[in-house]
Structure formats: structure tokens, C-alpha cells
Design a protein around this ligand. Sequence first.
Ligand code: HEM
Length: 149
Amino acid sequence: MPTLYEWLGGAPALEKLFSRFYEKVPDEPLLAPLFAHMDPHHAQHVAAWVGEVFGGPKAYSSARGGHAHMISRHAGRAITEEQRRRWVNLLVDTADEVGLPTDPEFRASFVGYLEWGSRLAVVFSAPGADTPGPEEMPTWDWAKPPWQG
Ligand code: HEM
């Protein structure tokens, strides 16, 4: 069974997805203020995170410090539901634009992860929220196995 990482095209496909996504963010009034000072390599960092979660190489935990670091980058940002929804919608639009696989099984798993992760980002970014201590990197797998004729 291929991993989600392999199925979507590996690191090049994820880097293309997130580079394009963060190119568009400054034009989104709801999102632009949150990302006004983002690290110039932010797109690559998020691509490495998602790749590792989807079964790819441990690129995020070896280079960026893993789960605790990712949580700390959201802490205190008070992400609203409207911002979360815009982030997810824009990323799904960008997935179509850059040609990520459109098969039902892949998209169900992909969007399931975006919903889960983005809702956690809202929880952990709330003012005064308790942030968890160091934890294993999460992993994400097929909601339904890919159909292969
Ligand atoms: C599945 C959902 C999400 C994933 C996988 C994700 C992933 C990440 C990662 C890995 C980082 C840290 C990058 C680094 O190592 O420096 C990060 C930072 C950040 N994320 Fe998220 N994120 C998600 C949802 C969201 C949402 C919904 C928002 C807001 C609408 C958001 C806003 C931010 C911001 C503002 C930063 C800091 C950017 C900077 O200034 O460098 N994230 N995210």
C-alpha cells in the first residue's frame, strides 16, 4: 500500500503546493495579518511537516524539532474559525490548481487531515491555552484504501 506521501507525489508535490499557497496568502485579507512576518522558508517547513505526517521522511522532526516546535509556532495567535476555514478552503483550491490527485480516497484522507490539524491549531492558538509537552509526531493514513484497478 503506498503512503499518502507517495501517492500525492512526495516532497516536490508538497513543496509546490505550499509555495503556491503561501504566495497567495498576502492577497487574503483574513489571513494576511497572521502571516505578515512568516519565515521566508515557511512553505518548505510546512511541506516537510505534512510529508512526515503522511508517511514520508522524518524531515520536520530532524530539522525543526518535531511536534512541540510546530505547536509553539501557533501558540498565542488566536486563530479564529473564519481564518481556519479560509486557510483550509484556500489550501484545497491550491491542491486543485497544482494538480494534487483528485481521486475520492486521496481527497477524503487529505481533507480529513486538514480539518483535524486546523481545528487543533485553533485550540492551541487560543489565548491562555494549555499546550501539550513534547509528543510523538502525528501520523495520518488512508481513511479508505486507494482504489487501484
Ligand atoms: C493541518 C493544519 C496545519 C498544519 C499542518 C500547520 C503547520 C504548521 C507548521 C509546521 C508550522 C511551523 C513551521 C516552522 O517550523 O516554523 C506552522 C506555523 C504557523 N501556522 Fe500553521 N498549520 C496548520 C494550520 C494553521 C492554520 C489554520 C493557521 C491560521 C489560519 C495557521 C497559522 C500558522 C502561523 C501564523 C504560523 C507561524 C508562521 C510564521 O510566522 O513563521 N496554521 N504551521
